[in-house]
Write a protein that binds this ligand. Sequence first.
Ligand code: C5P
Length: 405
Amino acid sequence: MNKKYAEFSLSGKRLLLGVTGGVAAYKAAELARQLTQAGCSVITVMTESACRFVGPITFQSLTGQPVFTDLWKADKASSMMHIELSRNVDLILIAPASADFIAKLACGLANDLLATICVARDCPLMIAPAMNRKMWEHPATQRNINCLQNDGVIIVGPENGEQACGEVGMGRMLAVEALFFAVQGRLSGGLLQGKSVLITAGPTYEAIDAVRGITNISSGKMGYALAQAALDAGAAVTLITGPTCLNTPAVNQLVKVLSAREMLDAVEKVMSRKKQDIFISVAAVADYHAISVSPKKIKKTDQKLILELMPNPDILAQVAHLPEPPFCVGFAAETDNLEKNAARKRKQKKLPLLVANWAQETMGSDEAALILFDDAGKHVLEKASKQIQSRRLIEHIVQLYEHER
Ligand code: C5P
């Protein structure tokens, strides 16, 4: 665990940790330990299947608190244990949240202690889904997740990677470090409490004709992970995104665009409405657009076709050169001379922080190795999932931002 997280005091904060049936329940035990060490009071409620993976005694020993498992076997005089438990906490976190439990939550079922607590709660609910990739991709699960998001439930993860069943894909529960960060953000105001963060993400699409265009292989994963990390840190987040296939985090404002021009217009509009404290330009913005766009599909001939391109505005450079710019963070994906190009771009665009990475390794991938360039020099963030890197990056941004103001 990152030292800074462990140092962060959560004393006086109360969390109800709901554990449902999944192999990732063992990670929840480590999370319970870390949160308890940070001073948080952790009450654990386990479903029947969770108890088949990890015993209640483990959580009881790690948290020093009783563990609740049964709606009917209340060890208290009160028969209203679900109400009592749900009233006395600042946050409920379900980790791992199984496909079954997510379905239950989406329907508002209240047929066991944990589900009943969730329905009876008057505090925020955060869930960390964990399941096999096919279960995660299933239309019913996706429908349920959308439904919960609309109900204001905070969804953290899952992430991509090797699964307990041996398959590889989306559905793995977020790492303990990332979950700790998310809980800490909600419980203690967070590192970015009260700050407005504007993020651009994904590729842009520059039309050539009615059905074709120029784009790139950016997936949007880094920008979306950063949006989630900024939300978890308590920021008000606006996400301006090019076309991606990702589930959008529950940001305060979401703007979907296609071209670089549209992205610039959206950035200007957001900034004219509300001053932004931090601008993180993760989008892989196309450098050129076609001078003329055919309104019809261009017909194939056996002649050479020459496409005339004009440079696009540099959105980040424009924002960074404003008289009173937000704290600007740029990303540079390079295929060669990474450090030299990154340092040059940082100077040219007048950025306090530039994040460099190897394009071939990072674009579209779930993991990234990052090198941060700022006035103090170079900082290496060893390869990790984009979720983890986002949280590390947010921490670094906060340090620089606070130093600058
Ligand atoms: O110059 P280069 O494209 O490598 O710079 C990368 C950084 O600049 C990224 O943060 C990207 O989002 C931003 N950028 C931009 N507008 C452009 C080109 C890049 O905001 N037209």
